[in-house]
Design a binder for this molecule. Sequence first.
Ligand code: KG4
Ligand code: ZN
Length: 417
Amino acid sequence: MWCETYVVKVLGIETSCDETAAAVVEDGKKLLSNVVASSMDLHAKYGGVVPEIAARSHIEAINPVIEQALTEANCTWDSIDAIAVTYGAGLGGSLLVGVLAARTAAIIHNKPLYACNHVEGHVYASFLTEAFLSGYEMPNKAPGFPMLALIVSGGHSQLVLFKNHFDYKLLGRTNDDAIGEAFDKVAKILGLPYPGGPSVSKAAIEGYPTKYKFPKARSTLNQGSYVSALRGASDVRTAPHMRYGKGAQKHATKKSATSANRVTGSARQQVGAIRGLGKYDFSFSGLKTAVLRTAQKECGVTHDFPSFELYGRLSEAQKANLAASFQHTAIETVVDKTVEAYEEFAPKSVVIAGGVAANRELRQQLSDRLGFDIPYPDHKLCTDNGAMIASLGCFKMKKNQQTADPYTLDISPNLTM
Ligand code: KG4
Ligand code: ZN
């Protein structure tokens, strides 16, 4: 059994989407290496991740990426204490490559294996406070508990309250699109390159954030019903629903509508108040549609005009204004709920995690509204990487969490927190 004071070095492997990533982290806080090979360029022309292309790219990249992560960390297999791997959520074919590589390495090199939840992993990027590598801006101290985490990526938008490591409560999550997915879809409407997040925020620099007034989804649950929803959290919130993002193509599995809290039907999503939307739940589908309708109106075409032909009719100024107004509203939506949760639960720290955490407007709005600076992970640690998984693996090891069986560990594409 390991004790908390023992220094551990963990190799983290992450292949849930289009990044083949591996990294070595010491003690959950010190980044020794971080290698990411992305197949993003191969997907760009399709406007989203193509699962088969992603899986094939992982097969080619996985061994060289792992070897490079060990070399850059000045490590051999002997100096690694454990292997941590993402086993869900994500694309089945992609996850399989990382999990099989990790299982094989764990057996051959006789190392303990830790199975990690990708979304939980994103949060652990915030625990990385030292870098052996140059070119990383790290926060100077790890977040304290209780910790409020806003997780915003291509597949997730959720607020989670951590009482401690591995002791957390899901406060809310998206009822439809994830925020990163909304950025990606709006980018498509505006004819901006994939991935949409960075290109929408770049276009937004030239636009007016208040030029168009877009709706923000509001909850219709009052505080009482919200509390009862939380009480029934295990029933309501752990339905096998998982969106994995970075573009429409990535939605290879259909979202399940089994949750009692689920709202379907785009008509209802057009209105500000959405029935069944919990106090800390999100909804971005209506906002995305509002951008589409506004773009159609600006071009003087009807609702049935194809969305993929719109950008050719929009001026650069209109695109910039649509990008800026969309970004402002999307970010304000997540910031509103984070501030509300901060006020209700009074956590010791607030962290933001996932690809959208790289967004400058989010960082700005959140710091302004909370009234204090949040220590952000480096941009390179916000999008998918192996370091966040290695960090989570270190804490699993130090806190004596259950190891996985390297002979049987399976993938879990629809895993939730
Ligand atoms: O965490 P991540 O790499 O992958 C998932 O787990 O989904 O997040 C990718 C998402 C994409 O939707 C991308 O458009 C978005 O993060 N993203 C951004 C920015 N950088 C990446 N969204 C807004 N602003 C950014 N600067
Ligand atoms: Zn991710």
